[in-house]
Design a protein around this ligand. Structure first.
Ligand SMILES: Cc1ncc(C[n+]2csc(CCOP(=O)(O)OP(=O)(O)O)c2C)c(N)n1
Ligand code: SF4
Length: 245
């Protein structure tokens, strides 16, 4: 019988703990498929964050290192500099990367560290119960913005990809989404390219992936996919923000 679908080798035999409809699982799969396609499982080292993806170290079948809140790019920098022949990636949520870790990501990009960053933007702090994140949309209701995010009080959403694309050091920055099959395929290409760049010593690559949090958005899985399409993409337009120096 022809095998038409199988689990990537770079994913462990461990069931995900993610909520139904959460697209963290799809993004994990795309990362693992990229590792398989490039045949780099033996030399891949991932850095896991805080947030719902904290257990990434259980899911990726490669060496993994845990980092404190936001510090994954700094930890990845250290690992890559000591082990330059390894392929080092971080997997971080928006609370992790755009809030407490804002300095780490800016400076890793500015230094053109030869690492791959997977930035999962679900516009909310998922794990801790749905508080406002730097990426929360204007008017979006969260547990800490019960009347909707008001820019007068809480500022505007931070467009990390556009911001990093202004840095001379950043090599490749692209925003993708996983709300439907067409976009999942595009996301797969971008994630693979971000790893390929590191293999080819091109430098810092970051893929921002628009993701869902049905639990804290208070929506069904299918409503949350529509919400990404209708509400997030207009604020966070997809596409390559920077490629090459
Ligand atoms: C130093 C530190 N401060 C705060 C926390 C609490 N904390 C854990 S996860 C999290 C938010 C994570 O949100 P995000 O990165 O968006 O990931 P998601 O859960 O949405 O995937 C926070 C604030 C922590 N673990 N460590
Ligand atoms: S709380 Fe949100 S981000 Fe976390 S696993 Fe559930 S749906 Fe995903």
């Amino acid at each position: 019988m022809t095998v038409v679908f199988e689990k990537p080798k770079a994913l462990s035999e461990v069931p995900f703990h993610y909520c139904p409809g959460c697209t963290h699982g799809i993004i994990h799969r795309l990362v693992a498929e990229a590792i398989d396609d490039l045949n780099i499982q033996d030399k891949a080292i991932g850095v896991a964050p805080v947030g719902c993806s904290v257990f990434a170290y259980n899911y990726f079948a490669c060496d993994m290192h845990e980092a404190a809140h936001g510090r994954a790019p700094a930890v990845a920098t250290g690992i890559k500099r000591v082990l330059p022949d390894n392929i080092v990636f971080t997997y971080q949520g928006d609370g992790d990367l755009a809030s407490i870790g804002a300095a780490e990501i800016v400076h890793a990009a500015a230094r053109n560290e030869n690492i791959t960053v997977i930035f999962v933007n679900n516009a909310i702090y998922g794990m801790t119960g749905g508080q406002m994140a730097p990426t929360t949309l204007i008017g979006q209701v969260t547990t800490t913005s019960p009347y909707g995010r008001d820019p007068k009080l809480a500022g505007y959403p931070i467009k990390i990809s556009e911001m990093l694309a202004t840095l001379d050091g950043a090599y490749y920055v692209e925003r993708v989404s996983v709300h439907d099959v067409k976009h999942i395929k595009q996301a797969k290409k971008a994630i693979k390219k971000a790893f390929e760049n590191q293999v080819n010593n091109k430098g810092f690559s970051l893929i921002e992936v628009l993701s869902t949090c049905p639990t804290n958005w208070g929506m069904s899985p299918s409503e949350s996919l529509d919400w990404v399409k209708d509400n997030m993409i207009p604020v966070y337009p997809l596409g390559v923000k920077k490629e090459g120096k």
